[in-house]
Design a protein around this ligand. Structure first.
Ligand SMILES: [Zn+2]
Length: 293
């Protein structure tokens, strides 16, 4: 896999202090308002750090055009979906809009998945039944379009699996994965890969670190979820943030985040890049021709 990218393959670090391997950020919200002031520079920094491609999942219909446009502008990939935490403000017709957009852009090579969809039962003031209805409806759209899904899972692994048993989609990625080892196994059996990012860099994230270390080698993919889930070196306390400090995460952090996965698994950086890359390509097959072009 890695031999087709000889320009990046050398041991050690580059001048910026990051490992110069070809990385894939499988989950990056480059459309978020946090990047309004310097969006182009953010992706330039990522590219300079060796992040060759990113996947931009939409969270609401109003951003469908935006993620598509950004993906085309920067040579990236995108996904279309309604995020569970955006379901309360979504309209029922938005599900039709998703179906139409998937149809309209089905030949766009940069459209690689349906997402970000899922269930979030951590936040209590949401309507779980409506979330489930949107989740199931979006799984059906993915199945009909033949696309994998990018799934948001928070205190909801069993209910998500229930939906996946009913509606068979061609696999995908469970993003920011944090559930039991058994639940991890059930997703992996269904052809899913598991996303690991900044959360795994915190020593106290015992469960996530144990999962990152122990899931089968074909399971982990890397992601930043930028601007969210900052790694420990960007983390600021609430008091620091109140005083004006920011803790914005960026796709350029991916290579340093990858070092944690390498340590946890006992892999070399080269092995980590090659394995997570192969895993991302098998979860999202439409990425492969984008990398070759
Ligand atoms: Zn996300």
């Amino acid at each position: 896999m890695i031999r087709s990218y000889p320009m990046y393959v050398h041991a050690g670090r580059n001048d910026a202090g990051v490992n110069p391997m070809p990385w894939i950020d499988t989950h990056c919200h480059l459309d978020a308002t946090e990047f309004d002031a310097d969006r182009d520079a953010v992706w330039q920094r990522a590219r300079a750090a060796g992040v060759t491609i990113g996947v931009l999942p939409a969270v609401q219909v109003a951003h469908f055009e935006r993620v598509r446009e950004l993906a085309h502008r920067h040579g990236l990939a995108y996904a279309l979906g309604i995020h569970p935490l955006f379901v309360p403000r979504a309209k029922d017709e938005d599900l039709e809009c998703l179906g139409e957009a998937l149809q309209r852009w089905r030949d766009d090579p940069r459209l690689v998945a349906v997402g970000e969809i899922g269930l979030d039962f951590f936040v209590h003031d949401t309507d779980p039944e409506r979330q489930e209805r949107f989740y199931v409806a979006q799984l059906k759209r993915a199945r009909d379009a033949g696309l994998p899904v990018i799934v948001h899972v928070r205190k909801s692994a069993d209910q998500l699996l229930k939906g996946l048993r009913r509606i068979e989609v061609p696999g995908g990625i469970c993003h920011a994965f944090n559930a039991s080892e058994q639940q991890a196994g059930l997703f992996v059996e269904r052809g899913f890969r598991l996303g690991f990012g900044g959360a795994m860099t915190f020593d106290r994230a015992l469960n996530i670190r144990a999962l990152a270390a122990s899931v089968p080698a074909h399971a982990p993919v890397l992601e930043t979820d930028a601007p969210d889930i900052p790694p420990h070196w960007l983390y600021r306390t609430a008091a620091e943030r109140a005083a004006g400090a920011t803790s914005r995460n960026e796709p350029a952090e991916l290579p340093r985040i990858a070092e944690t996965l390498a340590e946890l698994r006992g892999w070399s950086i080269e092995e980590t890049a090659a394995t997570t890359r192969a895993n991302a390509l098998s979860a999202l097959p439409r990425l492969a021709p984008l990398l070759a072009s």
